[in-house]
Design a protein around this ligand. Sequence first.
Ligand code: TMP
Length: 213
Amino acid sequence: MKKFITFEGGEGTGKSTQAKLLFSSIKNTSETVILTREPGGTKIAEEIRKIIVKNNFNLNRLSEFLLIYAARNEHLKDTIIPSLDKGHMVICDRFLDSTFVYQVQGKRIDKKIFRYFNNLIIKDYKPEITFIIDIDPKIGIERSLKLKKKETKYEKLSLSFHEKIRKDFISLSKKDERFKLIDGNKSITEIHKEIIMIINEKKIMETLKTIQI
Ligand code: TMP
């Protein structure tokens, strides 16, 4: 079993906070764990990210998609695959499901192109568990804009775009057992405990304890 856990959701759902907390919990065990993110996660992929998320950059939607996969290819070959192959745990803040929801469902990139690139680049390195954190986009975007100064390209898209993103993440969560839909309105501690419980149920590693927040 590949110890690959991803966090997904719209803007400002608290997924990055939860990814960090989970990382801290796992670091206290005998497990070797890395925390990474997409787009990004390696030097080159982080450079590509700057183009993808740059404000006021009129990036064509297909170019955006191709850049996401260029970054993902770098990230997989240099970080994710070598770590998973060594039996280490990988926690990733966003991965292929963001591409499905934002680019395929949101920006109408052909599903066939998406599948083609997944077969080419991701192959069998799909996540074992994917936490989708759900929150009203009105709350999420406000939260996200407070935290971010520069990377606000997506936050500036219309509320209806974000409402569709939310709806699409919820319907995606029903399509496969690997998805765990989490109510992002709960407190940080409650969500963290819920995540730990789910990981313990899956038995992909030694029993985890929640950390003090
Ligand atoms: P972040 O704010 O969670 O770091 O993500 C940066 C933005 O990148 C986010 O607004 C969504 C977008 N994104 C996509 O559109 N497609 C993708 O495949 C990924 C990984 C991110």
